[in-house]
Design a protein around this ligand. Structure first.
Ligand SMILES: [Zn+2]
Length: 79
């Protein structure tokens, strides 16, 4: 999992919020992620979607929204 840099605005600890979007729909799962500062509440401007598929071979990640959210958060310029 990607490391999150501290908040660029206040230096607070960043946390990832994950919400389940749809669950087990023909073996498909999706989740929405956003990164949020636990101190001042700054968030990423958008939410990022992860998609997973489960079949006989196991669990497959189709797209990784967590990594994308973390990358965008870490790219934010400090003030
Ligand atoms: Zn902050």
């Amino acid at each position: 999992m990607a490391e999150l840099k501290p908040c660029p605005f206040c230096g607070g600890k960043a946390v990832v919020k994950t919400s389940s979007n749809s669950v087990d729909h023909f073996g498909m799962f999706s989740q929405l992620h956003s990164v949020c500062c636990s101190k001042c509440g700054a968030t990423t401007a958008k939410t990022y979607k992860s998609e997973f598929r489960r079949d006989a071979d196991g669990f497959h990640v189709i797209c990784d929204g967590y990594e994308e959210a973390a990358t965008d958060w870490n790219r934010r310029p400090a003030l």
